[in-house]
Write a protein that binds this ligand. Sequence first.
Ligand code: OGA
Ligand code: MN
Length: 283
Amino acid sequence: MSLAITPLTPHIGARLTGIDARRPISPAEVAAIEAGMDRHAVLVLPRQDVTDEQQLAFTRNFGPLEEGANSTVRAAELRLAPAFADVSNLDRDGTRLARDNRRRMASLGNRLWHSDASFRAVPARYSILSGRIVTTAGGNTEFADMRAAYDALDARTKAEVETLVCEHSLIYSRQQLGFSEFLPDERVSMRPVLQRLVRTHPVTGRKSLFLSAHIGAIVSWPRPEAMAFIRDLIEHATQPEFVYAHRWTQHDLVIWDNRTTMHRVRRFDDLTIVRDMRRTTTR
Ligand code: OGA
Ligand code: MN
């Protein structure tokens, strides 16, 4: 079967067929996927019934893994291998997380528009999310195009954001939802990192806004002024024109470029429905 890419919206997202993520892929196929990512920023690969090992092997085609995504979960509590971000609502023995579960509280942060690992000095490149058990009511994942959002800024705002630097931390995104129970060692590991607000894609040369719920300050700006501005930019960047909303089918594998997109999960009834989603990530 030959590789085919079909756009899903004018700006962002495409469906990719003709690749079997369960088997080793050729350098030409890797290059074609990367070219598709550079153009569409999000690729949906349907019918990829991968094992954890196959998902990891597929992910390694796109660079070194970003490990430690579960930094706030103790090793003994992990359901999946540490290279995975477990974004399911399941605990180690496969039962749904209780309403007041700490991991559940933290994962509610995924409902806010964000870019994965933007709070790390070396943030994420690709995220690859496998839908093992998907929801039919709620639980869509939405993606917003930060290149189109940048392009649509007026000239004055473009000039203003050009040199701005933001502080990103997991503490900031969790605080937005009123979650503030951080352990002393977490406060150290979650110390803010600095990221430029405007990024230039190394291959396409396109500029994009590096926005994320993890932003809690702009360097040398008063904090409330910074946060009001960041809110305005996020509102601008996530208007429907720039968004692709993905409704999951079991065994979809969705790849997004965290350098050029933000994403969020929509609300679903996680206390009664099982949603098993497993993410691998490259640096
Ligand atoms: C993620 C994430 C969204 C979802 O895996 O990084 O934000 O739909 N997940 O579960
Ligand atoms: Mn995420």
